[in-house]
Design a protein around this ligand. Sequence first.
Ligand code: BTN
Length: 232
Amino acid sequence: MPQIRSLSINGHELRLLHYAQVDSTQRIARGLPVGTVVIADSQTAGHGRYGREWVSPPGGLYTSIVLAPDPLLPLRAGVAVAEALSGCGIPARLKWPNDVTVDGKKIAGVLIEEADGTMILGIGVNLDRVPYPGATSVRAASGRVPAPEELLSRILRVLLAPTADDAILTRYRALCATLGKEVSVSIGRGLIRGRAVGIEPDGALIVSTAAGARRIASGECRHLYGRDTRSS
Ligand code: BTN
């Protein structure tokens, strides 16, 4: 059984369900009302984008937040996690669309799934442990580890602030390490290679290729040079 608490953040009344262990906070959150926040100390079947495993031992932040539909949520969520980490002294950046990185190494991931007219925003942050070589953690990046609920509350404060879309875009672009980089983006079975030159108001990535500019609404992006080469 979870511990249940009420939280009030920026005028939003939230219900926080805190579990010791679940299979996936995304599964628990499915079907629950908007304003529900599920957090678990560990997950036995955490998953990420493209059906990948999200290794979830104790010592990480694993949370799923049930939200009303918002087309800009992928960018808003990335900004919230990156700015919350910045508030902990970590120079976090974003790899399009919303992998959170430090010096090109992944520190947190964002997964958005739709269910029953709601959006379930899943966030995983490596706090105490580095789950695979090439990733990083809050401890590795800053030498200290906030309590998972402290970081969650920082994330929620940014996420639920009444911020206009154009302000989110400005903040997203400022945090986005992809802009200006040579990238390859997998879209279905295709691959687009070129220089990332812009983020559209709807969050799409603009890549300048040998054949002209391409607009990419969703896909998996790799930074071809530097240290941002791992995507999960
Ligand atoms: C990614 O980078 O691929 C996204 C990772 C999202 C992981 C989080 S952990 C909490 C929530 N529960 C899950 O099973 N996945 C998300």
